[in-house]
Design a protein around this ligand. Structure first.
Ligand code: NAD
Length: 336
């Protein structure tokens, strides 16, 4: 037997639906629900930090999806700061899908765009499940690869809002995205003054690469919903003064050793018993926002569950469309 692995390059992944935000949100939501219900395994990711020597890091993010889906897989995610200005994205990821019975790998695909799409979707789900239903304005901070998709995710996840203001230290990037989304059903405007934008916003979503927290508590409406996708976007007191605090994976975000939530946990300023993982809200097993007046904060470090759930759908779509290149793992296995 010659095991076949379907290799999907980025162009194939796009043709198979990687830029379909409706599908991405649906699959991201399903992965949270199945994880809460126990039909999906999402172990904490393992990090390989090479920041000091290479300004880069790698992460292995495994997942098993049970039920009718039945796939085991992992994403090998990486970010390289030296890529800036070299025509390479910051984040470059690949995903492998395997058969949980034979353990044979059967798909290998570019996952960089899937990551950006699912990260944006994850932010959208945070906003959807935690915001006040009469929210009218979103401020999105960070107009990089994830930010571009952030506009799509928010438009689909909180379609009732009336305006999306976007901010980036690099104003041209914000203007570029506003221009790209000039026909968006929810108007998108690039702004130059973040504090002014946040002061009248109901939902604030941050997805930046800042090494220094910048989002201030005094800018926020007392009942804002704040979603952090970067590791250090929020100043400490935004998190410590939240009336309700949510994370995607408590052990992962506090054990990662990096980012503001890990720091605050180490300082004994955020606690597991007063935090809730968003998956339980999505599955109807925990309460979302408890009061109209609450400041609600959600911080995410990213879940392999979403990557593998979406990759499974991309693989199925690619098979149906005849996309990709088949390679063999071996002609015949030795020493069996
Ligand atoms: N939580 C998750 O699941 C997850 C997954 C993937 C990436 N991320 C994180 O999302 C963030 C964005 O990733 P990306 O691929 O879009 O990066 P990117 O480099 O493409 O974009 C980052 C943007 O942030 C802007 N920025 C940096 N500091 C800022 C500040 N203080 N104020 C406003 N804008 C600022 C930059 O100008 C840039 O446009 C990164 O921190 C990345 O690690 C999170």
């Amino acid at each position: 037997m010659k095991p076949e692995i379907l290799m999907l390059k980025q162009e194939d992944v796009i043709e198979a639906g990687a830029l379909d935000m409706v599908m991405t949100l649906e699959k991201a939501e399903l992965s949270l629900k199945m994880w809460a219900e126990g039909t999906l395994k999402n172990p904490t990711k393992v990090s390989l930090g090479l920041r000091e020597t290479h300004e880069s890091f790698f992460m292995s993010m495994p997942c098993y999806i049970g039920g009718d889906i039945q796939v085991a897989g992992f994403k090998w995610a990486a970010e390289g700061r030296q890529n800036y200005g070299k025509g390479l994205p910051l984040g470059i990821d690949v995903t492998v899908l395997s058969d949980p019975n034979t353990v044979l790998p059967y798909a290998f695909m570019d996952a960089s765009l899937i990551t950006a799409m699912r990260t944006a979707a994850s932010a959208g789900l945070g906003a959807k499940y935690l915001c006040n239903p009469d929210s009218k304005k979103v401020t999105m901070v960070g107009c990089g690869v994830v930010g571009r998709f952030g506009v799509m995710a928010l438009t689909n996840a909180v379609p009732f809002v009336e305006q999306i203001e976007i901010f980036d230290l690099n104003l041209e990037k914000a203007k570029g995205i506003a221009d790209e989304f000039k026909d968006n059903p929810i108007p998108v405007t690039a702004v130059e003054n973040l504090a002014e934008s946040v002061k009248t916003s109901d939902i604030i979503v941050t997805m930046t690469t800042t090494p220094t927290p910048f989002l201030k508590k005094e800018w926020l409406k007392p009942n804002a919903t704040v979603v952090q996708m970067g590791g250090r976007d929020l100043e400490d007191d935004v998190i410590t003064s939240a009336d309700q605090f949510y994370v995607d994976n408590w052990y992962q975000i506090t054990g990662s050793g990096k980012g503001n939530v890990a720091k605050l946990a180490k300082e004994d300023k955020v606690h597991q018993d007063t935090s809730v993982e968003l998956r339980y809200v999505v599955a109807g097993m925990a309460e979302g926002r408890k009061s109209y007046d609450n400041l609600v904060v959600y911080c995410s470090l990213g879940l392999g569950a979403m990557d593998i759930m979406i990759a499974d759908q991309i693989y199925k779509n690619a098979k149906e469309k005849g996309l990709g290149t088949v390679v063999n793992l071996w002609d015949s296995p030795k020493y069996v």
